[in-house]
Design a protein around this ligand. Sequence first.
Ligand code: C5P
Length: 223
Amino acid sequence: MIVTIDGPAGAGKSSIARQVADRLRFEFLDTGAMYRAVTLGALREQIDLDDTEALVEYARGTTLRWEDYRIYLNGEDVTDEIRTTAVTNAIHYLADLPAVRRQLSLQQRQIAEGRDIVTEGRDQGAEVFPDAECKIFLTASPKERARRRQQQLAQMGRHLSLDEVLEKQNQRDAEDRGRPLGALRPADDAVVIESDGMSSDEVLERALEIVEQAIEAQKVKDC
Ligand code: C5P
């Protein structure tokens, strides 16, 4: 069974998706890590980010592996390195390219094939897994997301004003919503969780409730 959890940056998808997977003993796939890893590779190779052909060719020549919550680029574990601001700022150059998206989407489908898995990203329910048995779109207002992100950054010793965080987040939202293929949007049959005012435990319980209902519906269908 495939469970997709999509939503904008800062909605808390990663943590909820991991916890849902843990609780249900499903596997977990962080598709953002795949986009981040290819971007890191392109930066390391100093490919001109405006040279779309070179980016597509580079992406075609890379091997990504996802194992035990870690991402490997051409065999090297890059899980920690993909979280830098340089990578975050450059992702859209690759994530905007339909050829790169098609390649990563294909890999995502291969990883999920025949598994019980929670996949997390932007386009999982609407484009990569249109037939997924359970689709969740997790979101919160821009201000709420920025506030949470600001707290997270402060815990890591980076103190930014709410306006600074909000500005960067708005930019990422616009990039994620505006791409021609793989744009951030809820699938028509996704259940939306609007998490303003909810604690992370409440969000988790709501997500589990949605998945459990989908599991029950699947059992009835299989009967
Ligand atoms: O989820 P995370 O913030 O790590 O994703 C980083 C970026 O990768 C997103 O802002 C988005 O541009 C891109 N992405 C994507 N499609 C996905 C997952 C992530 O385009 N399925």
